[in-house]
Every structure is written in C-alpha cells, then in structure tokens.
Ligand binder design. Structure first.
Ligand SMILES: *[C@@H]1O[C@H](CO)[C@@H](O)[C@H](O)[C@H]1NC(C)=O
Ligand SMILES: *[C@@H]1O[C@H](CO)[C@@H](O)[C@H](O)[C@H]1NC(C)=O
Ligand SMILES: *[C@@H]1O[C@H](CO)[C@@H](O)[C@H](O)[C@H]1NC(C)=O
Length: 225
C-alpha cells in the first residue's frame, strides 16, 4: 500500500556533472562550510483504514552524529496544496513535544527513536479529515541541509480486497512454476542428449578399438584413461 521514496539532497552528488575545476572549487567550499549528506526516508504514499491507527515512518541519515542540543525536527500537516502547514509535533531544544491542535487532539504520538535516527509518529483513530500532506523536517547541524520528507496520506473506507494480491501471487506462482518446469525439462533433455551422445561415442570407440585390436596395431590406444 505504501511505496518508499527517498529524497536525496546530497550536494556532492549534484555537482558530479560539473567540470573538474568547478568541482574542485565547490569541494573546497563544501569543506569550508561543512558537508551534507542529509537523506530523509518516508512512505511517500500512505493509505489507512478509517478508524485505524497508522504509523507514519520518517527516518534520516546524516554524515554527523546527532547532537541533541542542536538537532531539530518538525512534523507538519497540510490539508491541501495551498494551505499553510500546521505544526503538530516538534523536537526543539532537547524536547519532544506534541503540539495540541483541534484537528488531531491527542491522537498523535511520537514512536520513533532518536538514537536510531527514527522520527516516526502514529496517528490513531484515523478520520477522513486527516487526509492530506504530512511533512517531516529534520535539521542535524552541522549538516547544512534541512531534510524534508513528504507523505501523501489517504483515508480509505475499505482496504482493497486481498483477492487482488492472491491473484497476483497465483499468477506469479504459476508463471514461476511454468518457468521452473521449462528449465527443468530443458536440463533433462540436455542431459538425455548428452548421455545418448556419450553412449554413441563409446559405441564408436569400442567399434574402432575392436577394429584396431583386430588389426593388431597400436596397443597403446586401447588403454582407457
Ligand atoms: C494555489 O496558488 C496558486 C498561486 O500561488 C494559484 O495559481 C492556484 O490557483 C491556487 N490553487 C488553489 C486550489 O487555490
Ligand atoms: C522547527 O520549528 C522551529 C520553530 O519554528 C524552528 O526554529 C526550527 O528550525 C524548525 N526545525 C526544522 C527542522 O524545520
Ligand atoms: C468512518 O467512520 C466513521 C465512524 O467511525 C463513520 O461515521 C464514517 O462514515 C466512516 N467513513 C467512511 C468513509 O467509511
């Protein structure tokens, strides 16, 4: 139901196409200003059943170990494209705080683990009005880049019938099975052919050897390896 998207914002990679001299200059600048390899990983498309509890995963990687006194995280909700973002969970000045809002009440909890760079939250008793875009912002100084994960969240009344996946599995299994059978039969046929060919060869050899022996010529050639 959820696909995983990675948002890569590593300055070094974006510059790899630049000419060598530029690259050198930029590298120098990077070294002076501090490196960034901030990378945020989220489930970019997430669906949940009406009334259920959903986990919104947000993890990140950074070149720098987290310094809790400088680290900062914000989760915001945006109803639709042009709406302003509402802050509902924040880590700022060493404190994780749920920001109470009329929309979410106390339905949001932090379930991540800062030691593992995990900033995940859960949203319980999912309502239709929870649909929208969720943003996970990360700052991990001295990493210069602000990490940003975006989740498009949809509330569904019913999860798609499992039939779809069983059909897919059945198709996959039968195609796989057929392929396996085909390969197996090819191997068997090849083996049989080789076996027959070897029999023919040994028959021929025996015939030849017989002839040679009969002619009483090269005795060496009758020796089997
Ligand atoms: C959103 O804002 C843009 C301009 O910033 C405007 O062109 C567009 O019509 C707006 N969309 C909606 C749905 O309001
Ligand atoms: C989170 O919000 C606070 C207050 O607006 C801000 O100072 C901080 O830089 C923000 N952090 C991130 C990662 O966006
Ligand atoms: C979601 O659940 C609420 C009650 O739990 C119900 O009133 C509402 O109609 C449901 N919505 C959908 C789309 O199923």
């Amino acid at each position: 139901m959820s696909s995983t998207a990675q948002q890569r914002r590593c300055g070094v990679q974006q510059m790899s196409a630049a000419p060598p001299l530029m690259l050198l200059l930029l590298l120098l600048m990077l070294m002076l200003s501090g490196c960034s390899c901030m990378d945020v990983l989220v489930n970019s498309n997430l669906n949940a059943l009406n009334g259920s509890t959903v986990k919104m995963t947000c993890t990140f990687t950074s070149c720098y170990k987290m310094d809790t006194s400088k680290f900062s995280m914000n989760w915001t909700y945006q109803e639709s494209h042009n709406d302003t973002e509402e802050l509902f969970m924040t880590y700022y000045k060493k404190k994780m705080m749920a920001v109470r809002s009329e929309r979410f009440g106390d339905r949001v909890s932090f379930v991540g683990n800062l030691d593992r760079n995990d900033l995940s939250i859960t949203l319980s008793d999912v309502q239709e009005m929870d649909e929208g875009t969720y943003h996970c912002y990360v700052k991990n100084p001295p990493d210069r880049i602000q990490g940003h994960g975006v989740i498009q969240f949809k509330v569904v009344a019913e999860l798609p019938p499992p039939r779809d996946s069983t059909i897919a599995v059945a198709i996959g299994a039968s195609v796989g099975g057929a392929l396996a059978l085909l390969i197996l039969s090819m191997v068997v046929v090849k083996c049989l052919r080789r076996h027959r060919a070897q029999e023919l060869i040994s028959e021929e050899k025996m015939e030849e050897e017989g002839k040679l022996e009969a002619e009483g010529v090269a005795e060496e050639e009758t020796k089997q390896p």
